[in-house]
Design a protein around this ligand. Structure first.
Ligand SMILES: Cc1ncc(COP(=O)(O)O)c(C=O)c1O
Length: 394
């Protein structure tokens, strides 16, 4: 039976997170496992109004085939936001609308990766990127994350030994670790990459969700010739709309458009028009401020409860934004064993394993804080702390 499947798909694991989300449907379970934005913030009424308006003003054309590059009005808005928020001048022609930034990852694979090509990823890395790239059978070179971003010594040695084609990085509030790259790390990395033919994919779906600290310069600002920048409306407006984008220079964009056409012709024009109308009629920065206020409080609640309930020897990251934090258990313990215990206490999380390409039975885990209110966070972290104490006693 196996033989009917391509070699490409054979070894790519199913998303563990999708599996664990099934367990989290049980309402008695407290889940820190999901990676979902909080549904309370989906602007339902505003999107409903925008949808009616789009039909009234654009009529049948919104249901027609459209340009592969994406709806120009929406691309212009994205360019304007880069200008206003980050002082980045991005020509509209350099923006390609994608079906979420997840499609951007697939298009990167199709456009750049031959079997065996060296690519650098973070360790731990975004699981969806591992999955998307795995289909193209690259050689993964994981580089450890420190609290400051990529471990520069290891990065430098991988760069000189392997001359990778691509580097995949989430420098702001990384999924899964919550870590943000310091300005120094960014500039050191840029210095190492500059003048090489290596491309850096800067995946930034969480950049708008900062709760403390200050924005750092993007790679697109400090290393424009080698950077391909991804963005997404999934974490700020709605993931179900499936709208993200890629910013790339002209020569790369030409190839990306071919890959995009082959994949799906274009991202749903109707949805792009609705989003554009919504952003024209509403203050999305005010909307984002509301989300930040809530997630920031929930993150702080999680950090406070961790201080109260986690046993000694367990460490964690202290993010400045995003939706996750990362916990490290003492050496030699397994977060999968912890999950078995935690399930009995009705609390779940994602064990670290799927975020690594070549490690199993790790002592790390990811906690999500965007979807759980503060009292529930306290109960869940208390139960998790109890499960940890039992595990460590063994
Ligand atoms: C780092 C990272 N990149 C990309 C994605 C995919 O997002 P989108 O909904 O835009 O496809 C996610 C979603 O969790 C993510 O965490």
């Amino acid at each position: 039976m196996d033989s009917i499947f391509s070699d490409r798909i054979a070894d790519v694991p199913r998303s563990f997170i999708r599996e664990i989300l099934k367990v989290s449907l049980d309402p008695t379970i407290i889940s820190f496992a999901g990676g979902l934005p909080n549904r309370e913030f989906f602007p339902v009424a505003e999107l409903k109004t925008a949808t009616a308006k789009v039909f009234d003003t654009m009529g049948r054309d919104v249901l027609q085939y459209s340009m592969s590059e994406g709806f120009t009005g929406l691309r212009e808005m994205i360019a304007r936001r880069y200008h206003d928020r980050q002082n980045l001048d991005i020509p509209v022609e350099n923006i390609l609308i994608t079906n979420g930034s997840q499609q951007g990852l697939d298009l990167m694979g199709k456009t750049f990766i031959n079997e065996g090509d060296d690519i650098v990823i973070e360790e731990p890395a975004y699981l969806g990127a591992i999955q998307a790239f795995s289909l193209f059978k690259p050689r993964f070179n994981p580089v450890k994350l420190t609290e400051e971003g990529l471990d520069i010594r290891q990065f430098k040695s991988v760069m000189s030994a392997r001359k990778p084609k691509l580097i995949y990085s989430v420098p702001n509030f990384q999924n899964p670790s919550g870590i943000s790259f310091s300005e120094r790390t960014r500039r050191e990395m840029a210095g190492i990459i500059e003048g090489t033919s290596t491309l850096l994919i800067e995946d930034d779906p969480y950049g708008d969700l900062r709760y403390s600290g200050t924005d750092k310069p993007s790679f697109m600002a400090i290393l424009p010739k080698n950077t391909i920048l991804f963005g997404s409306f999934s974490k700020t407006i709605s993931p179900g709309l499936r709208i993200g984008w890629i910013v790339a220079p002209h020569d790369i964009m030409e190839k990306l458009i071919v890959a995009k056409q082959a994949a799906d012709l274009h991202t749903t024009h109707f949805t792009q028009c609705i989003l554009w109308q919504y952003m024209r009629d509403n203050d999305i920065d005010a909307h984002i401020r509301k989300i930040k206020e809530c997630y920031g409080r929930q993150m702080q609640a999680m950090l406070n409860s961790i201080e109260k309930y986690f046993p000694q020897g367990v460490s964690h990251t202290t993010p400045e934004g995003g939706m996750f934090l990362w916990v490290t258990l003492p050496e030699g313990t397994s977060s999968r064993d912890l999950l078995d215990r935690a399930l009995k206490d009705k609390v779940i999380f994602v064990p670290g394993d799927p975020f690594y390409v070549n490690r199993q039975n790790t002592n790390t885990l990811r906690l999500n804080f965007s979807c759980t209110d503060e009292p529930t966070i306290d109960t869940g972290i208390r139960n998790l702390g109890k499960a940890m104490k039992q595990l460590l006693k063994k």
